[in-house]
Design a protein around this ligand. Structure first.
Ligand code: G3P
Length: 213
Protein backbone atom coordinates (compact mmCIF):
# COMPACT_ATOMS: atom_id res chain seq x y z
CA UNK A 1 0.00 0.00 0.00
CA UNK A 2 1.30 3.44 -0.88
CA UNK A 3 1.40 5.98 1.94
CA UNK A 4 0.75 9.66 1.27
CA UNK A 5 0.87 12.50 3.79
CA UNK A 6 -2.35 14.49 3.99
CA UNK A 7 -0.97 17.93 4.81
CA UNK A 8 0.32 21.15 3.27
CA UNK A 9 2.64 21.81 6.21
CA UNK A 10 6.10 21.98 4.64
CA UNK A 11 7.92 21.32 7.92
CA UNK A 12 5.94 18.13 8.52
CA UNK A 13 6.57 16.99 4.94
CA UNK A 14 10.30 17.81 5.17
CA UNK A 15 10.55 15.85 8.42
CA UNK A 16 8.99 12.66 7.06
CA UNK A 17 10.03 12.74 3.40
CA UNK A 18 13.55 11.63 4.38
CA UNK A 19 12.15 8.42 5.96
CA UNK A 20 11.65 6.97 2.47
CA UNK A 21 8.17 5.88 3.56
CA UNK A 22 6.21 8.70 1.90
CA UNK A 23 4.98 8.02 -1.64
CA UNK A 24 2.99 11.20 -2.24
CA UNK A 25 1.12 14.13 -0.68
CA UNK A 26 -2.48 15.30 -0.80
CA UNK A 27 -3.64 18.81 -0.06
CA UNK A 28 -7.02 20.52 -0.16
CA UNK A 29 -8.11 24.18 0.10
CA UNK A 30 -8.53 23.94 3.91
CA UNK A 31 -5.02 22.49 4.36
CA UNK A 32 -3.52 25.12 2.02
CA UNK A 33 -5.36 27.95 3.82
CA UNK A 34 -3.81 26.78 7.11
CA UNK A 35 -0.33 27.49 5.66
CA UNK A 36 -1.18 31.09 4.82
CA UNK A 37 0.80 30.86 1.58
CA UNK A 38 -0.31 30.75 -2.07
CA UNK A 39 -1.15 27.39 -3.58
CA UNK A 40 1.51 27.46 -6.32
CA UNK A 41 4.45 28.15 -4.01
CA UNK A 42 3.34 25.50 -1.48
CA UNK A 43 2.72 22.87 -4.15
CA UNK A 44 6.01 23.57 -5.97
CA UNK A 45 7.91 23.25 -2.68
CA UNK A 46 6.15 19.94 -1.96
CA UNK A 47 7.11 18.61 -5.41
CA UNK A 48 10.75 19.30 -4.48
CA UNK A 49 10.41 17.32 -1.24
CA UNK A 50 8.47 14.22 -2.32
CA UNK A 51 8.93 12.40 -5.63
CA UNK A 52 5.39 11.11 -6.10
CA UNK A 53 1.82 12.23 -6.87
CA UNK A 54 1.08 15.65 -5.32
CA UNK A 55 -2.60 16.63 -5.25
CA UNK A 56 -3.61 20.28 -5.76
CA UNK A 57 -7.34 21.07 -5.64
CA UNK A 58 -9.10 23.52 -7.94
CA UNK A 59 -11.37 26.19 -6.47
CA UNK A 60 -13.61 26.57 -9.54
CA UNK A 61 -16.92 24.69 -9.43
CA UNK A 62 -17.82 25.04 -13.11
CA UNK A 63 -16.46 22.89 -15.94
CA UNK A 64 -14.64 25.69 -17.78
CA UNK A 65 -13.12 27.09 -14.59
CA UNK A 66 -11.97 23.64 -13.47
CA UNK A 67 -10.33 23.03 -16.85
CA UNK A 68 -8.56 26.39 -16.74
CA UNK A 69 -7.18 25.80 -13.24
CA UNK A 70 -6.40 22.13 -13.89
CA UNK A 71 -4.43 22.83 -17.07
CA UNK A 72 -2.47 25.54 -15.21
CA UNK A 73 -1.67 23.30 -12.22
CA UNK A 74 -0.54 20.47 -14.51
CA UNK A 75 2.15 22.80 -15.90
CA UNK A 76 3.74 23.25 -12.48
CA UNK A 77 5.23 19.74 -12.27
CA UNK A 78 4.78 16.30 -13.88
CA UNK A 79 3.79 14.81 -10.49
CA UNK A 80 0.83 17.12 -10.03
CA UNK A 81 -2.58 15.44 -9.62
CA UNK A 82 -5.40 17.89 -10.26
CA UNK A 83 -7.97 17.44 -7.48
CA UNK A 84 -11.59 17.86 -8.59
CA UNK A 85 -14.77 17.53 -6.49
CA UNK A 86 -17.07 14.64 -7.45
CA UNK A 87 -19.79 16.78 -9.04
CA UNK A 88 -21.23 16.64 -12.58
CA UNK A 89 -18.87 19.42 -13.66
CA UNK A 90 -16.00 17.74 -11.85
CA UNK A 91 -16.62 14.43 -13.61
CA UNK A 92 -16.83 16.11 -17.02
CA UNK A 93 -13.61 18.03 -16.32
CA UNK A 94 -11.99 14.78 -15.15
CA UNK A 95 -12.79 13.08 -18.45
CA UNK A 96 -11.45 16.01 -20.47
CA UNK A 97 -8.22 16.28 -18.46
CA UNK A 98 -7.69 12.50 -18.30
CA UNK A 99 -8.07 12.35 -22.10
CA UNK A 100 -5.12 14.78 -22.20
CA UNK A 101 -3.09 12.45 -19.92
CA UNK A 102 -3.40 14.80 -16.96
CA UNK A 103 -3.66 12.93 -13.66
CA UNK A 104 -6.88 13.65 -11.76
CA UNK A 105 -7.70 12.92 -8.12
CA UNK A 106 -11.49 12.88 -7.71
CA UNK A 107 -12.26 14.03 -4.17
CA UNK A 108 -15.24 14.34 -1.80
CA UNK A 109 -16.41 10.86 -2.78
CA UNK A 110 -18.97 9.26 -0.43
CA UNK A 111 -20.69 6.48 -2.41
CA UNK A 112 -20.05 3.51 -4.67
CA UNK A 113 -21.94 5.19 -7.51
CA UNK A 114 -19.71 8.26 -7.26
CA UNK A 115 -16.60 6.04 -7.25
CA UNK A 116 -17.96 4.15 -10.27
CA UNK A 117 -18.40 7.38 -12.24
CA UNK A 118 -14.90 8.57 -11.24
CA UNK A 119 -13.38 5.39 -12.67
CA UNK A 120 -15.41 5.73 -15.86
CA UNK A 121 -14.25 9.36 -16.15
CA UNK A 122 -10.65 8.12 -16.16
CA UNK A 123 -9.61 9.38 -12.74
CA UNK A 124 -6.04 8.48 -11.72
CA UNK A 125 -7.09 8.52 -8.04
CA UNK A 126 -10.43 8.39 -6.23
CA UNK A 127 -10.64 9.82 -2.69
CA UNK A 128 -13.45 8.37 -0.56
CA UNK A 129 -13.65 10.34 2.73
CA UNK A 130 -13.96 7.65 5.41
CA UNK A 131 -13.79 9.88 8.51
CA UNK A 132 -16.62 12.12 7.37
CA UNK A 133 -18.86 9.08 6.74
CA UNK A 134 -18.03 7.77 10.23
CA UNK A 135 -18.95 11.22 11.57
CA UNK A 136 -22.55 10.77 10.36
CA UNK A 137 -22.84 7.22 11.69
CA UNK A 138 -22.08 5.40 8.46
CA UNK A 139 -19.09 3.08 7.92
CA UNK A 140 -16.38 4.74 5.84
CA UNK A 141 -14.38 1.54 5.68
CA UNK A 142 -17.36 -0.44 4.38
CA UNK A 143 -17.38 1.98 1.45
CA UNK A 144 -13.70 1.20 0.83
CA UNK A 145 -14.38 -2.55 0.82
CA UNK A 146 -17.24 -1.99 -1.64
CA UNK A 147 -15.19 0.19 -3.99
CA UNK A 148 -12.35 -2.37 -3.97
CA UNK A 149 -14.89 -5.03 -4.97
CA UNK A 150 -16.48 -2.92 -7.73
CA UNK A 151 -13.12 -1.86 -9.18
CA UNK A 152 -11.94 -5.49 -9.13
CA UNK A 153 -15.18 -6.60 -10.84
CA UNK A 154 -14.43 -4.39 -13.85
CA UNK A 155 -10.65 -4.09 -13.78
CA UNK A 156 -10.72 -0.30 -13.36
CA UNK A 157 -7.24 1.30 -13.28
CA UNK A 158 -8.28 4.15 -10.99
CA UNK A 159 -6.40 3.84 -7.68
CA UNK A 160 -8.35 3.94 -4.41
CA UNK A 161 -6.90 6.58 -2.09
CA UNK A 162 -8.43 6.34 1.38
CA UNK A 163 -8.87 9.90 2.66
CA UNK A 164 -10.24 11.67 5.74
CA UNK A 165 -8.27 9.22 7.89
CA UNK A 166 -8.66 9.91 11.62
CA UNK A 167 -6.72 7.12 13.38
CA UNK A 168 -4.38 4.11 12.80
CA UNK A 169 -7.39 1.75 12.62
CA UNK A 170 -8.39 3.40 9.35
CA UNK A 171 -4.91 2.71 7.97
CA UNK A 172 -5.03 -0.93 9.12
CA UNK A 173 -8.44 -1.50 7.55
CA UNK A 174 -7.39 0.25 4.33
CA UNK A 175 -4.49 -2.21 4.04
CA UNK A 176 -6.67 -5.21 4.96
CA UNK A 177 -9.26 -4.24 2.33
CA UNK A 178 -6.59 -3.78 -0.34
CA UNK A 179 -6.88 -0.05 -0.97
CA UNK A 180 -4.04 1.26 -3.15
CA UNK A 181 -3.16 4.28 -1.04
CA UNK A 182 -3.86 5.77 2.38
CA UNK A 183 -3.39 9.52 2.69
CA UNK A 184 -2.60 10.10 6.33
CA UNK A 185 -2.55 13.25 8.48
CA UNK A 186 0.89 13.68 10.02
CA UNK A 187 -0.34 13.12 13.60
CA UNK A 188 -1.81 9.75 12.60
CA UNK A 189 1.24 8.80 10.53
CA UNK A 190 3.47 9.39 13.57
CA UNK A 191 1.36 6.91 15.57
CA UNK A 192 1.70 4.03 13.09
CA UNK A 193 5.08 2.77 14.33
CA UNK A 194 4.17 3.02 18.00
CA UNK A 195 3.34 0.04 20.26
CA UNK A 196 3.82 -0.09 24.06
CA UNK A 197 5.17 -3.65 23.94
CA UNK A 198 7.90 -2.55 21.53
CA UNK A 199 9.01 0.12 24.00
CA UNK A 200 8.79 -2.26 26.98
CA UNK A 201 10.65 -4.98 25.10
CA UNK A 202 13.42 -2.66 23.96
CA UNK A 203 13.85 -1.27 27.46
CA UNK A 204 14.23 -4.81 28.85
CA UNK A 205 16.69 -5.85 26.13
CA UNK A 206 18.86 -2.83 26.86
CA UNK A 207 18.62 -3.33 30.65
CA UNK A 208 19.55 -7.02 30.34
CA UNK A 209 22.42 -6.20 27.98
CA UNK A 210 23.72 -3.67 30.53
CA UNK A 211 23.65 -6.30 33.30
CA UNK A 212 25.96 -8.61 31.34
CA UNK A 213 28.59 -5.90 30.76
O1 G3P B 1 -7.72 14.55 1.91
C1 G3P B 1 -8.95 14.88 2.46
C2 G3P B 1 -8.81 15.11 3.93
O2 G3P B 1 -7.86 16.11 4.17
C3 G3P B 1 -10.11 15.49 4.62
O3 G3P B 1 -9.97 15.09 5.95
O4 G3P B 1 -10.45 15.11 8.39
O5 G3P B 1 -11.09 17.10 6.92
O6 G3P B 1 -12.32 14.91 6.72
P1 G3P B 1 -11.00 15.58 7.05
Amino acid sequence: MHIFLDTANLEEIRKHATSGLIDGVTTNPSLIAKQGADLKSVIQEITSLVDGPISAEVLATDYDGMLKEGLEYAKWHENICVKLPCTDDGLRACKTLADQDIKVNMTLVFSINQALLCAKAGAFLVSPFVGRLDDIGQSGMDLIADIVQVYDNYGFDTMILVASIRHPEHVKMAALYGADIATIPTKVFEKLSKHPLTDIGLEKFLADAKKKQ
